[in-house]
Design a protein around this ligand. Structure first.
Ligand SMILES: C[S@@+](CC[C@H](N)C(=O)[O-])C[C@H]1O[C@@H](n2cnc3c(N)ncnc32)[C@H](O)[C@@H]1O
Length: 205
C-alpha cells in the first residue's frame, strides 16, 4: 500500500474531504473513482493550473489556497495534510478557525512536535500507521478532536499503530539511525531516544 492508498483507506464515503497540498490530486482522483466529491487545494497556482489541465472531473474542486485560507466553513470535515513538514502543518492549523472531525497527516519530520502541538489545539491521536514506499518509511497519523496526556514513549514513537510488524521494522531502522548518531555525539537526548526505542521494542515482542 502506498501513501495515498493508505490515506484513502481512512476516508469514509460520507466524509467531506479537503486535501491541502494536493499536488497532482491523486487522492481526489481515487475518491472520484468511487463517486466521492472532494476539494483538492494547493498553494501553487502552477500546480493547480496543471492539475486543471490534466483532470476534468466535476467531482474534484481544484483550488489555489494557502493552507485553509480559501476553504469555507461547512465545506469540509476531513482534512488531509500529506507530504509537508510538521511545522507547515501546524502553521496551517494555527491560521484557521475551521475545525475538523478527522485530520490525516503524513509529515516527513518532527512527529513528536506534531503530536504535542496538535494536542494543544485540541486534536489527539486516534491511530497511526507506518507506510513503506520506495524503501522510505512514512508515518500516517489520524487525529480526532480531543485532548489527551501522552507518555514520553507515545510522544516520541507514536501510539495505536495499525501495522505492528511494519512498526517494529521502523523502530529497528530508527534504533540503527540513532545508535549511529550516538557514536558521534554525547547529546543525552540521543541516548534517551535509543533507550525509549529499545523499551518499546521489548514491549512489542
Ligand atoms: C510534496 S507535495 C505532496 C503532494 C501530496 N499531498 C502527497 O502527499 O504526495 C507538497 C505540496 O504541498 C504544497 N504546499 C506547501 N505548502 C503549502 C501550503 N501552505 N498550503 C497549501 N499547499 C502547500 C506544495 O505546493 C506541494 O504541491
Amino acid at each position: 500500500m502506498n501513501r495515498i492508498e493508505a490515506i484513502y483507506s481512512y476516508i469514509d464515503l460520507e466524509d467531506k474531504v479537503v486535501d491541502v497540498g494536493c499536488d497532482q490530486a491523486k487522492l481526489s482522483l481515487m475518491l472520484a473513482s468511487r463517486n466521492q466529491k472532494s476539494i483538492a487545494s494547493d498553494i501553487s497556482e502552477k500546480v493547480i493550473k496543471r492539475a486543471k489541465s490534466d483532470i476534468n472531473n466535476p467531482l474534484i474542486d481544484l483550488r489555489v489556497s494557502n493552507g485553509l485560507s480559501n476553504i469555507n466553513e461547512g465545506e469540509a470535515d476531513t482534512l488531509v495534510l500529506s507530504g509537508m513538514g510538521s511545522h507547515t502543518i501546524l502553521d496551517i492549523l494555527n491560521n484557521t478557525n475551521l475545525r475538523f472531525k478527522k485530520i490525516l497527516t503524513i509529515s516527513n519530520n518532527h512527529h513528536n512536535i506534531l503530536r504535542s502541538e496538535m494536542n494543544k489545539i485540541n486534536y489527539k491521536v486516534k491511530s497511526e500507521q507506518i507506510i513503506k514506499e520506495n524503501n522510505k518509511y512514512y508515518n500516517l497519523i489520524y487525529f480526532e478532536e480531543g485532548k489527551t496526556k501522552y507518555t514520553n514513549s507515545e510522544l516520541l514513537l507514536g501510539l495505536n499503530h495499525k501495522d505492528e510488524s511494519l512498526y517494529k521494522e521502523y523502530l529497528y531502522y530508527l534504533l540503527n539511525k540513532y545508535e549511529t548518531i550516538r557514536k558521534k555525539t554525547d547529546d543525552n537526548r540521543i541516548n534517551n531516544m535509543c533507550i525509549t526505542i529499545k523499551d518499546k521494542l521489548k514491549l512489542l515482542k
